[in-house]
Design a protein around this ligand. Sequence first.
Ligand code: AVI
Length: 321
Amino acid sequence: MISTEKTAITNTEFLHETLEGLNAEPKRMYSKYFYDEAGDVIFQQIMDMEEYYLTNAEMEIMKHQANEIADSVSGDDSAFDLIELGAGDATKSIHLLKALIDKKLDFKYFPIDISAHVISELELNLPAKLPALNFEGLNGDYFKMLKKATELSDRKKVVLFMGANIGNMDIDEAQTFCAGLKHLLSPNDILIIGFDLKKNPKKILDAYSDKAGITRAFNLNLLTRINRELDGNFNTNAFEHYASYNPENGACKSYLISLQNQKVTIGNADFHFEKDEYILMEISQKYSKQEIEELANASGFKVVQYFSDQQHYFVDAVWKV
Ligand code: AVI
């Protein structure tokens, strides 16, 4: 299971999934575990990298088309709840929030994040940035918190899932995830998902194998986390980062390659690595508009509109139940 579906991570789950992944053939790890404190810092560096075009592309959409997105999501409905899955610091969604406030629309914002720290920072910072914003932070698992939001009011729901996080699931997992959201929503509710589009393969590959080695450090940090939290003894110098992009199926994959025959111990479990053996670390799936449409239909939604950056690198797709 590859999933960005955020659930509270316990060490037992982390240990269980790590052992299960390393016992699998081929070996694999789960990228949801990239985000410890050091991983969050490295991911911020990735988003600031020249090569990582995704952040700027989605920011451009939010900055320049916030008015149109606001019109698209509000429709003729007088009141609604805007729920953001994985709100982070809301740097992109703040443009949409501002447009909705400027239009004097009656809405309440529910940022959902698995990190209590993220929610308390939002509670501290949002009122100063947007004094007129009516909001309530929800700390916890996406599905549990979305369910809670649906129980708090029966107003129309507009759900935001940005940042191409859907790409960290394979296509089947993405369908299960979207069908799960659909299950909690009602007719006319809206889902906006950020997708990274298929494009020149080199452009994609460069974003995941930067020259400065930041993505390499992001991947290796998971080995360091396993050493620290699960009593492992990975030698991070004995693994090399390798990214690949397959333009036929849109799968961008990151691997760590063992540079030698070696044994790694985690707790009291031993794992043998052959020289050149790989561990699959992450998938970042890229989509065509047709594939986005197929995903929407297969999970019970209709595509209403696409908002794209000028270079057509990225889309925020508006879906309706
Ligand atoms: C969080 N996620 C959408 C990023 C991506 O593009 O798949 C994570 C990432 N991995 C390497 N670079 C960025």
